[in-house]
Design a protein around this ligand. Structure first.
Ligand code: AAT
Length: 288
């Protein structure tokens, strides 16, 4: 008797705005659940290892999560003389906190995540990303980051916004000028800030809008890019901002060369190169 062949179980990530999608053959569903805020799915794939999605949109995946998490963390952290106190908004999978804690000067990281159930699921099923969330230096707060930030004045050396897209879940509140003003206020004088700011191909309006709002609030605001295959179209942007630190003039490559933790993407050359923008991106943000 021949063995029964089952049809593949396909996960389909459909971009409703641009009207295209990508699909993956799910080898095994690890976790699925619906929270007060969103739908969580974690599943195993052949091509990318474990994939974590919210409302059907990839948040992160084993194969290439390191690019996004290293670039959102080490670019600002290496630009601060002696970072001690860090605020991460979003970032429920723990990948950003894991990178932040590679810096030995860090004394305290507050991670403010909207959805406690995301953290429960990632702690259980994505240990490679979330293992530092149990570190005693880490304080978890479950609240909307746009409200939580209002409690602080001149408090954090580093603020990192690792949030969902503005069109998804609670992400929208984190792309407003008033939110960036609150971040400015919560930052110390030599503090540094980075936010994920979408991509210049498929989400260009959002990228420009976020960059524009950040640069209207901070004295220094510079967009930087990286190769992030996990998010279509494969190129991603972040915006670095500060009150007085310049990401190139104030960068000390020696500090990166002497770093003794393993990094897979970020190095002193990538730091500088990521701030070099292609002409079409320069043009997009020129009139600001
Ligand atoms: N580390 C890469 C993964 C993320 S997840 C972003 C997280 O932000 C989610 O867990 C979501 O619950 C949380 N979040 C959304 N809105 C808020 C808010 N207002 N306050 C606090 N946390 C929030 C980033 C994915 C980027 C996707 C790019 N396409």
């Amino acid at each position: 008797m021949s063995e029964k062949v089952y049809p593949p179980f396909i996960f389909n990530e459909f971009d409703r705005i641009n009207k295209f999608g990508l699909f993956m053959d799910v080898e095994k569903v690890i976790y699925s659940g619906v929270t007060k805020f969103q739908r969580i799915d974690i599943f195993e794939t052949k091509a990318f290892g474990k994939v974590f999605t919210l409302d059907g949109v990839t948040m992160t995946r084993d194969s290439d999560e390191f690019v996004y998490h290293e670039m959102i963390s080490h670019v600002p952290l290496f630009l601060h003389e002696n970072p001690k106190k860090v605020l991460v908004i979003g970032g429920g999978d723990g990948g950003t906190v894991r990178e932040v804690l590679k810096h030995p000067s860090i004394e305290k990281v507050i991670m403010c995540e909207l959805d406690e159930e995301v953290v429960e699921a990632t702690k259980k099923y994505l240990p490679n990303l979330s293992y530092e969330l149990n570190n005693p230096k880490v304080h978890l707060v479950f609240e909307d980051g746009s409200k939580f930030i209002k409690n602080f004045n001149n408090e954090f050396d580093v603020i990192i916004i690792d949030s969902t897209d503005p069109t998804e879940g609670g992400g929208g509140a984190l792309y407003t000028e008033s939110f960036y003003q609150d971040c400015f206020k919560a930052l110390t004088e030599n503090g540094v800030f980075t936010a994920q700011t979408e991509d210049p191909f498929l989400k260009k309006e959002w990228m420009v809008r976020a960059y524009k709002s950040i640069s209207s609030v901070f004295n220094v605001a510079k967009l930087y890019l990286g190769f992030v295959p996990q998010y279509p179209p494969g190129t991603w942007s972040w915006t670095f901002a500060s009150k007085n630190i310049d990401p190139i003039k104030d960068f000390n490559p020696e500090k990166v060369r002497n770093f003794d933790k393993e990094l897979k993407y970020y190095n002193e050359e990538m730091h500088v190169a990521s701030f070099a923008l292609p002409n079409f991106v320069k043009k997009m943000i020129k009139d600001i």
